[in-house]
Design a protein around this ligand. Structure first.
Ligand SMILES: NC(=O)c1ccc[n+]([C@@H]2O[C@H](COP(=O)([O-])OP(=O)(O)OC[C@H]3O[C@@H](n4cnc5c(N)ncnc54)[C@H](O)[C@@H]3O)[C@@H](O)[C@H]2O)c1
Length: 317
């Protein structure tokens, strides 16, 4: 059974009308863009006006690229200029969590810090929000975050992939108490957003990061043991049919997020998931990948410009 919201768009399979997105960073701006493009009234909440302005700017530029793709492909790809303006017209911003209370569903995409996510969930409950709340967490227990909300039946993981407007898959994770109604509504929302749901259980790393993060961690070990260099490690995976190597992907995702998930996996499954020293050193030095300008690669405007020299010389016997 789906949760039907009165006044919901007739096109909407989920019956939802208004979506809230908390955090307009790497993931939040993509989620908000896709929600607005899919016809949902969308409100974005972040900590201050300059971050919100930057986030909306990123969304506008991403929509511009889709309009250019439409023109270049003779209408086969992308969106029309009119669709872009309509999507932007559905977006609102706020730095006040209280402005999200009339949303039918909220997706939280703040940094991967359990206490911060728990605090936001508790605040929403205290303010009187009582509809579906989803987290875009990459690895924190959905059951733990649902307990902080106090309404586990209305809580779920919705793990979008980066970059959200391009990647079709969304891992959807039920906590121990998530209701069937919430689950069905979130599946329908994935379809409304033209996404493909990938159901996974609430175990460390869920499905995707349970596979991907140990793969990245092993790639880092190959580099630090001097078995192969950064670019060659990434080239190896092209032979497997991957479009992007593990180290470049890790730089895009953020090395702080990678390290955090490694630690979650180690805590739940044991020492074979221990983070590699080089990954820890990079995070300790604030080199978090594309977003800070250096990681395994050096970055200029989110474009890789050669291997980070610090990484090229780092070796462990
Ligand atoms: N980066 C990725 O590729 C990726 C992929 C899948 C999932 N995730 C997950 O998505 C979530 C967000 O990651 P990200 O990479 O977008 O992070 P980010 O650091 O790029 O963005 C986080 C945003 O949250 C905002 N924020 C911080 N505290 C806030 C608060 N109290 N209230 C409102 N906003 C607040 C920040 O200002 C920032 O704009 C994390 O849980 C992460 O694990 C990330």
């Amino acid at each position: 059974m789906l949760l039907i919201v009165e006044g919901g768009s007739s096109m909407s399979k989920s019956g939802l009308k208004k979506i809230g997105v908390i955090g307009v960073g790497t993931m939040g701006n993509g989620i908000a863009q896709v929600a607005a493009q899919s016809g949902f009234e969308t409100i974005i909440m972040d900590v201050d006006a300059s971050i919100l302005e930057r986030g909306v700017g990123t969304i506008a530029r991403s929509l511009d690229r889709l309009v250019k793709a439409f023109e270049k492909s003779g209408g086969e790809k992308g969106i029309t200029g009119e669709a872009k303006e309509e999507a932007l017209g559905r977006l609102a911003t706020t730095n006040n969590l209280g402005d999200l209370l009339d949303c039918d569903l909220i997706i939280e995409a703040v940094p991967e810090k359990p206490e911060l996510k728990e605090k936001i969930n508790r605040q929403l409950a205290e303010l009187g929000y009582e509809k579906i709340l989803c987290s875009n967490t990459s690895g924190i227990s959905i059951t733990r975050l649902g307990a902080a909300y106090g309404k586990p039946e209305l809580f779920m993981g919705m793990h979008f992939m980066n970059p959200v407007p391009m990647q079709k898959g969304v891992e959807i994770i039920r906590g121990l108490g998530t209701s069937n109604t919430t689950y069905d509504t979130v599946v329908a929302l994935c379809h409304d957003m033209d996404k493909i749901e990938i159901p996974a259980e609430d175990k460390a790393g869920f499905a995707i990061n349970r596979m991907f993060v140990p793969f990245v961690n092993e790639a880092v070990r190959v580099v630090e043991e001097g078995i192969a260099g950064v670019e060659d490690v990434d080239k190896c995976t092209y032979c497997l049919g991957h479009k992007m190597g593990p180290l470049m992907t890790a730089d895009y995702v953020g090395l702080d997020t990678m390290l955090f998930i490694c630690e979650v996996l180690e805590e739940e499954f044991g020492s074979s998931y221990k983070p590699s020293p080089l990954l820890k050193r990079l995070v300790e030095s604030g080199q978090l990948g594309a977003k800070t300008g250096t990681g395994f690669y050096s970055w200029e405007n989110y474009k890789a410009a050669g291997v980070n020299p610090d990484v090229a010389r780092y070796r462990i016997k």
